[in-house]
Design a protein around this ligand. Structure first.
Ligand code: AHG
Ligand code: MN
Ligand code: MN
Length: 474
């Protein structure tokens, strides 16, 4: 009898209750039936050349592989497959067909289930804000300033010394000062190129110089940094003699998109913080040349119709809007999640003649020209921060491919790609140079450039699928 029962449960698995707390929070989950184990996940795993898959839906039953955590995303994703099953009896065949044609990640049923689960879990209307980020909410007489938010976050980490928080406050102050100067740019006679050129040989606008100076001066005496590197300066910026050195380093692009200022288009500041890895107190090149995955904080400021500061310390992405009437950044976008599917394509296609055929094929795909992909809307400001910010909130992909004239693209790995890649990944997106994850690239020079494909996960996966296959010769 025992043997029979064992054989049966190997086939159909053992029934499991959906956790009460999850059903309370997502009542629609009461419609699902769960079974742990059983043959279906193993058979599917074998077909996908994996040991098992974590979950598989057949009609109204969800089979969960043993040891898989019953996370809300997973169950909601499978619930969506259940809806798909109910929608058409041909679903299993259509699902397999989609996977063969487009690959698992681009399978439209998978994309739909991922989006559904992501939206449901991160829907601000149904998600109580105090559970998403541990802060007090705004009332007419009580607001959440960036300072208060950072303190609340720090409390979650009793081991924190407060140094990183100090860096973020100082950056917020620098951002307010730069915002002020950018706002005045149209009024004051400070526009136009200086006679200096920066290390990249591009024309440097006066506001670049100002923003660079503002950041260096706001950061160099706090005792938290041991060095800095700026897109606008050729070498390491050491801490002035006499000031205390700390254990962090700051890398930044003081004014991204600065050539756009005289036409009143948004510009930004991008920053990245890493921990010192060498001995001694002074910063060394090795400290600055760390792969992006070692960043402890990163973010950007956008000087647009409002000024916003968006940052991550590896605990999600949070956005603050500057209220000019009180001069404070107020929490406006807690726990930002990038939509799973693309809406926008941001690329400068005047380089099309210099792209190779694979990049051209990818762009045709994004534009829906080969009938394999829904057509994305093209939006390109020419300020990375502005293009990235829009895609982060609306979903999509930003591309700056390599081209025959710029074989490594234009953007700088340490000041632009890495910090935005950290933000993007923390918001549920991805960033790649076309062949590998941006944050795994080991930098060899301070001002190194890199091609960049960054945004909603499925779109970036498509880029690596098309471009990654090229370099590996498949
Ligand atoms: P920066 O102003 O810091 O030199 O950066 C400008 C960058 C970036 O903001 C933007 O995405 C890109 O240049 C636009 O370059 P193209 O004009 O080649 O498209
Ligand atoms: Mn830039
Ligand atoms: Mn710049």
């Amino acid at each position: 009898m025992d043997a029979l029962q064992r054989a049966l449960s190997a086939l159909v698995g053992r029934p499991v209750d959906t956790p009460r707390a999850l059903v309370d929070r997502y009542p629609e989950l009461s419609a699902i039936r769960l079974r742990e184990g059983g043959l279906p996940p193993r058979v599917a795993g074998w077909m996908l050349r994996q040991r098992t898959v974590s979950a598989l839906t057949l009609w109204r039953t969800i089979f969960i592989a043993p040891g898989t955590a019953l996370a809300p995303e997973l169950l909601l994703h499978e619930l969506r497959h259940m809806h798909q099953f109910q929608g058409s009896s041909a679903f299993p065949i259509l699902y397999v067909w989609e996977s063969l044609r487009r690959g698992y990640h681009a399978n439209r049923y998978e994309v739909d289930a991922r989006t559904f689960a992501d939206r449901r879990v991160h829907d601000p209307r149904t998600d109580p804000p105090e559970e998403r980020c541990n802060v007090v909410q705004h009332t007419p007489t009580s607001v959440v300033t960036i300072e208060r938010f950072i303190i609340e976050q720090e409390r979650l980490h009793p081991e924190a010394t407060g140094e990183l928080s100090g860096i973020l406050y100082d950056l917020a102050l620098a951002a307010k000062m730069i915002a002020n100067k950018v706002r005045m740019a149209g009024l004051a006679d400070i526009l136009g190129a200086t006679d200096m050129t920066n290390v990249q040989g591009e024309v440097q606008q006066k506001l670049d110089v100002l923003a660079n100076e503002v950041i260096v001066k706001a950061m160099d005496h706090g005792g938290r940094l041991c060095g800095m590197a700026s897109e606008e300066e050729p070498d390491i910026i050491h801490i002035t003699e006499g000031f205390k050195c700390g254990k962090y380093l700051l890398l930044f692009d003081p004014l991204d998109g600065s050539s756009n200022i005289d036409v009143n288009v948004p510009v930004g500041t991008i920053f990245s913080v890493v921990r010192k890895i060498t001995r001694g107190t002074r910063a060394e090149m090795e400290d600055l040349l760390q792969p992006g995955r070692r960043q402890v904080a990163a973010g950007y400021v956008i000087y647009g119709s409002s000024t916003m500061l968006v940052y991550t310390t590896g605990q999600g992405v949070h956005g603050f809007t500057l209220d000019p009437s009180i001069g404070e950044f107020l929490l406006s976008h807690p726990d930002i999640r990038i939509p799973a599917n693309g809406r926008y394509l941001s690329v400068n296609d005047s380089y099309e003649q210099h792209w190779d055929e694979h990049v051209r094929a990818l762009m045709r795909r994004y534009r829906g020209m080969d009938g394999e992909h829904k057509a994305l809307n093209v939006r390109y400001v020419g300020s990375l921060v502005a293009d990235f910010h829009r895609n982060l909130l609306g979903g999509g992909v930003f591309c700056y491919p390599a081209n025959a004239r710029s074989p490594r693209g234009k953007l700088r790995l340490l000041y632009e790609c890495n910090p935005l890649a950290f933000v993007c990944e923390q918001a549920g997106g991805a960033a790649s140079d076309g062949t590998m994850r941006i944050m795994d690239v080991a930098p060899s020079e301070l001002h190194q450039r890199s091609p960049l494909y960054m945004g909603s996960r499925t779109e970036v996966e498509l880029a690596t699928e098309i471009l990654g296959a090229v370099t590996s010769g498949v």
